[in-house]
Design a protein around this ligand. Structure first.
Ligand code: ADP
Length: 542
């Protein structure tokens, strides 16, 4: 017997319509590429999105067309998210940190017809324009006064929207209509596209709101340092308006001092981003000896949050939530918020330990770990296997890429994350490593994340990474690469002594190398691939 309830299609624009009606005081504050600060409310944003939708229609955008964006976090980028999806087209966010080859590849693969660009990227467009799809047009996200001289015929964003009506007759779209497209950074092979739908996006927004209600509520002021150009800034453009939280968009300046200033001025309550960004902010907090006023929580994800980072935030009274996810998961998969019984019964140290795990699954995300034969392993905190996921916010395949789609899914339709993990009895996920970053030594695995986590706790270490280097007897052995904090170079003996408190002797790195900076991927993670290439002929001490 079927239920007798209405079936209304889930639709992205409904989020903003709701927000404009219900949270009229919710603000969007943006640091603009023009150099000033812009602020308006959700009702203002909704009107501008209506104008932009008219403009897109006039430009001939049809259902299913891909409209690319190449832009920082700001209100115009936010408007594009809603207007593009609202007219039934697909918002393809491009990561400006991708290599030129990858950018050309994805615009060709996606067949983008228009690209909306922030001022910063004019030189990039001028250099690459003739390699993009032949009919592509470019919109510059600024006003007439800031339009530069350029051989490219840029359309002016503000002129396009200026005289359009604010009301737009949003058509009802089937909820499975594609709405967003984001390519993985493709550290191996070509980038692969995750194609989000209205349904998956709205469900993800609801899921995030429920999971992270502590940080997302009416009156909260949220800083997405995570970019709109990659995995929808962890869904914040949707989940924040839904709750009436204000959004503070930082623009291009993401160094510790700029973030601190912005957070203090705008009374940011919660900030979301990858660990590398928080290293900068923590340095600034230490320098000034105070937090930005009102700052009470931080979400760290995208790569493993070092224990020392969690501890030092908590010492300043900032609640840390360590989250895990992937482009292919919209992206949130887990949240590390502790339950009241943890807070009441666990010692401070035990709480930090638990927060160093990647947290428990969000509602709607199923997790399983499997052995090499694909057999499910117990969630007992001991068994370690490859992590698979299933749910309404997870890709069922990659955009126009049959081969990668088949390789990613198992026979029961679960998606293989490429991560190796354990899950304990309470459901806490512990990511051991990316499968390709694990170090295989004499048939045993060494987790690079484990070692990095411990070494990061040393005061003379600013950042570090552990990679596998080939070894004639053991196949691979760990090499520790350290970016020193100041002039002092920590000795191997000191590092070993620190590590031996928590790991076995055979897991100790064979050698340490010091470098000035770690290579980063386009998504702000340490590029282990680049490091492995750099040290591929490294001779370990015998
Ligand atoms: P890409 O960088 O290729 O675009 P994503 O941004 O989707 O990929 O990154 C997903 C991967 O990042 C995960 O599979 C996992 O390896 C890693 N990751 C994300 N969050 C965490 C975390 N909290 N701890 C450890 N690893 C993480």
């Amino acid at each position: 017997m079927l239920g007798q309830m209405m079936h209304r299609p889930l639709s992205i624009i409904e989020i903003l319509r709701f927000s404009a009606e219900t949270h009229p005081k919710g603000e969007i504050v943006s640091v603009r590429t023009e150099g000033d600060i812009h602020r308006y409310t959700y009702p203002d944003a909704y009107k501008r999105v209506g104008q932009l939708a008219h403009a897109l229609k006039k430009l001939g955008i049809k259902a299913g067309d891909r409209v690319a964006t190449l832009a920082w976090n700001g209100y115009r980028h936010f408007e594009l998210y809603y207007a593009i999806a609202g007219v039934g087209a697909v918002c393809h966010t491009i990561n400006p940190r991708l290599s030129a080859e990858q950018m050309i590849y994805i615009t060709q693969h996606a067949q983008d017809c228009i690209m909306c660009v922030d001022l910063t990227f004019v030189p990039l467009i001028e250099a690459l324009a003739d390699k993009f799809p032949a009919d592509m047009r470019f919109i510059l996200m600024t006003d007439r006064a800031h339009m530069p001289e350029s051989p490219i015929e840029f359309l002016c964003y503000e002129e396009l929207v200026a005289n359009e009506p604010t009301d737009f007759d949003w058509v009802e779209l089937p909820e499975d209509t594609a709405a967003g497209l984001c390519y993985t950074s493709g550290t191996t092979g070509n980038p692969k596209g995750a194609l989000y739908s209205h349904r998956s996006t709205v469900l993800h927004a609801l899921m995030v709101v429920v999971t992270l209600a502590k940080m997302l509520n009416e009156g909260a002021r949220v800083l997405p340092v995570v970019p709109l150009f990659h995995v929808n800034a962890w869904g914040l453009p949707y989940s924040a308006p839904l709750t009436g939280s204000s959004l503070i968009f930082p623009g291009a300046a993401l160094d510790g001092a700029s973030l601190f200033e912005l957070m203090a001025r705008e009374k940011v309550t919660s900030a979301w981003g990858v660990p590398t960004v928080w290293l900068g902010l923590q340095g600034e907090i230490a320098k000034r000896g105070q937090n930005p006023e009102g700052f009470s929580s931080v979400i760290v994800g995208g790569s493993a949050a070092p224990r020392s980072m969690i501890e030092s935030f908590e010492k300043c009274g900032i609640d840390v939530c360590h989250a895990w996810g992937m482009t292919e998961m919209s992206p949130i998969g887990t949240s590390g918020l502790l339950s009241s019984h943890h807070l009441e019964t666990l010692s401070h140290d035990a709480q930090i330990d638990l927060k160093s795990c990647q947290g428990r699954r969000a509602f709607g995300v199923d997790l399983k770990i499997v052995d090499e034969a694909g057999k499910p392993l117990p969630h007992d905190g001991e068994a370690i296997g490859e992590l698979y996921v299933r749910g309404n916010t997870i890709v069922s395949g990659y955009f126009e890429n049959e081969e990668a789609s088949q390789a990613a899914m198992d026979a029961e339709g679960w998606f293989g994350t490429g991560d190796v993990a354990s899950i304990d009895k309470e459901g806490f996920l512990l990511i051991q490593d990316r499968a390709k970053d694990l170090i295989k030594s004499g048939g045993e695995w060494i987790s690079s994340i484990d070692l990095e986590n411990i070494v990061m706790g040393h005061p003379d270490v600013a950042n570090c990474a552990v990679i596998a280097v080939p070894h004639p007897k053991w196949d691979e052995r760990p090499l520790l690469v350290i970016v020193p904090n100041g002039d002092k170079r920590v000795s191997k003996e000191e590092v070993d002594a620190l590590l031996l408190k928590e790991v076995a002797k055979w897991q100790l790195p064979d050698a340490i190398e010091f470098i000035d900076a770690l290579p980063m991927t386009a998504t702000g993670k340490v590029s282990k691939l680049t490091l492995r290439q750099r040290f591929k002929d490294y001779k370990l001490p015998s």
